[in-house]
Design a protein around this ligand. Structure first.
Ligand SMILES: NC(=O)C1=CN([C@@H]2O[C@H](COP(=O)(O)OP(=O)(O)OC[C@H]3O[C@@H](n4cnc5c(N)ncnc54)[C@H](OP(=O)(O)O)[C@@H]3O)[C@@H](O)[C@H]2O)C=CC1
Ligand SMILES: O=C(O)C1=N[C@H](C(=O)O)C[C@H](O)C1
Length: 266
């Protein structure tokens, strides 16, 4: 299966290139980065620290979507929206890990998914997707007597907050209670906020250093507290999941899929 990587010079892009090159049944179809990036014209394996393979980074996603069976996309929300249109046009599988998409951009993925298989997940690791299932179950069991708070920490370069994973965990917790996250999310607290509103799901964000990604979900009740969490030690876990998603989606009918579908987590 021929897999391309858009944003191949990024932190995740480089991980993905390395992962594709060592995965049986996968062939690297090529890679792009932002027009004007210093990576353009350089060897795609060379920029990751591997020996050169004679394949150069381009700024031509149209060609990449035409050449590849699947394209993996960990870029930026605007770029991902454009890439989804190309995936629909070329009928190429699109694996989207980009976070921070606005509702219009998520809608664009939905439209593109009428023409091709798209897997969209804020976190491609097995551990986090299992955590989401557990959070939904615990939330359903405990009910609103337990206050839910979601805490995350990421590296200093991260540009969106709360993380896509935090929001995904929030959606899982809200689903467990049968409510819509938008109605109960407390994303910012500052100043004289008043008491905590019953049923709210709160978010707290830390940024610093080189933290790959830590997430905790706290269920705080009277006299006891339950905490479920995940700590990522290596971005390789996301690349493993994304390549697995590409292999899974190959040949699937058009539709918008999640990692829960890929991992058959129910
Ligand atoms: N779903 C998951 O499992 C995970 C999701 N993520 C998400 O993935 C995204 C990327 O993260 P990360 O790799 O750390 O970020 P980086 O900034 O390191 O990488 C993004 C790359 O995309 C490039 N890019 C930007 N615009 C375009 C474009 N139009 N065409 C092609 N390439 C483009 C950037 O180029 P330039 O730097 O020159 O702008 C950069 O090389 C984020 O949204 C992050 O939250 C991250 C890890 C796991
Ligand atoms: O930007 C990152 O690094 C990460 N982003 C994703 C998110 O926003 O949840 C996934 C992971 O936590 C790393």
């Amino acid at each position: 299966m021929k897999i391309g990587v858009v944003g191949c010079a990024g932190r995740m892009g480089q991980m993905l290139v390395r992962r594709i090159l060592v995965t049986a049944g996968c062939e690297l179809a090529g890679g792009t980065d932002r027009a004007g990036s210093e990576a353009i014209g350089r060897d795609i394996a060379g920029i990751t620290g591997l020996d050169p393979i004679g394949m150069l980074v381009t700024d031509d996603p149209v060609q990449l979507f035409a050449d590849a069976d699947a394209v993996i996309d960990f870029t930026s929300p605007n770029a991902t929206e454009r890439h989804a249109a190309l995936a629909a046009q070329a009928k190429t599988v699109h694996i989207v890990g980009t976070t921070g998409l606005n509702p219009g951009q998520i809608d664009a993925l939905r439209k593109a998914a009428q023409h091709t298989a798209i897997v969209h997940a804020p976190n491609m690791s097995l551990g986090v997707n299992l955590l989401m299932v557990l959070v939904e179950q615990v939330s359903r069991t405990l009910g609103p007597d337990f206050d839910i708070e979601i805490v995350e920490m990421h590296h200093r370069h991260k540009v969106d907050a709360p993380s896509g994973t935090s929001l995904g965990l929030g959606r899982a917790a809200a689903a467990g209670r049968g409510v819509d996250l938008d109605a109960v999310a407390a994303r910012v607290r500052d100043g004289h906020t008043g008491e905590r509103r019953r049923g709210d799901i709160g978010f707290a964000v830390m940024r610093g250093g080189d933290v790959v990604g830590d997430h905790s979900v706290v269920f705080a009740g009277e006299g006891e507290r339950i905490e479920l969490g995940h700590r990522a030690g290596d971005r390789g876990i996301y690349a493993v999941g994304a390549v697995r998603a590409a292999l899974w989606a190959h040949g699937k009918p058009p539709g918008l899929y999640s990692m829960r579908d890929v991992l058959a987590l129910g």
